[in-house]
Design a protein around this ligand. Sequence first.
Ligand SMILES: NC(=O)c1ccc[n+]([C@@H]2O[C@H](COP(=O)([O-])OP(=O)(O)OC[C@H]3O[C@@H](n4cnc5c(N)ncnc54)[C@H](O)[C@@H]3O)[C@@H](O)[C@H]2O)c1
Length: 328
Amino acid sequence: MTRNVIVTGGAGYIGSHACKALRAAGYVPVTFDNLSTGWEDAVKFGPFEQGDLLDRVRLDQVFAKYQPVAVMHFAAFSQVGESMKDPGKYWRNNVIGSLTLIEAAVAAGCMNFVFSSTCATYGDQDNVVLDEDSVQLPINSYGASKRAIEDILENFEQAYGLNSVIFRYFNVAGGDPEAEVGEFHQPETHLIPLMLDAISGKRAALTIFGTDYDTPDGTCIRDYVHVCDLVDAHVLGLKWLEDGKGSRVFNLGTGKGFSVREVIDHSRAVTNQEVPYVEGGRRPGDCTKLVSGSERAITELGWRPDRSNLAQMIGDAWRWHQNGHYEK
Ligand SMILES: NC(=O)c1ccc[n+]([C@@H]2O[C@H](COP(=O)([O-])OP(=O)(O)OC[C@H]3O[C@@H](n4cnc5c(N)ncnc54)[C@H](O)[C@@H]3O)[C@@H](O)[C@H]2O)c1
């Protein structure tokens, strides 16, 4: 029997990798995407349905056509800086868009829902390893919008029995080792691709945003997870729901933090090239340190984030970066 999964945001960075993993696991990933930040070229592993989360009629058509066993919901706006300047854009697309999708799923009887949340829901909690029970105190509109969606999912479980697995990602990096899909955001805001752009001369220099944070070298610390490990967790989360294990929240990270300067040092070792960089001021909304406690995903889902080391993440991103990109 065909097991369709609606993948919102399947034309984006993480969603396209999820589609590849879903197909490998025997599902049919149906990408639902409005191509606002995604790429039709990235939809390679199943059907494409163009549409917007805010369009309930279009969502209902797609649910009726595919009768999915689950939804994997990646579609969102996700730039912290932009969310501080234009919060309405984030509340409308992320929260109202997700609410529209969740209502369409419940109306169609599709009661398994996997959601991309973020460590940005925890906010700035210095020197704390963040586990799933840590208090959520987002300091930017992006994180606040994601926490609101988590609340909606909880309420819809109470009211209608919707089962959800919520993944709170730390920093996602790397790419498909076969380079069929990769990271290609425009504009790019993530450290590793920006660094590779600077190395390859696509931009003059990497800007380090803030060198006066309360960290050993003054730059922000983040926990990096390989996108292929991340999407493997999603397939495990889907099986968890199909096995009737109920709603659960999981962090996805490695528990190890690296500063911006440490990432630059690692990239030198991987690419054999210097990273041109300049030092700039802090960006509004950036937290000092975000490091995950991810034991729960390992012990309960059986997740093995074997590829989540900086050498492999930078190496896979570098291979894609030199050859891969998408065209509108
Ligand atoms: N990249 C990271 O490090 C990271 C970290 C934490 C959480 N996340 C979350 O993971 C998810 C995917 O991130 P990504 O880096 O792949 O982003 P992305 O921008 O590459 O992908 C998002 C996709 O969603 C689509 N989309 C956006 N709004 C839509 C709408 N209203 N209707 C239909 N499609 C819409 C875009 O066209 C795009 O293809 C997001 O929810 C993001 O918040 C990402």
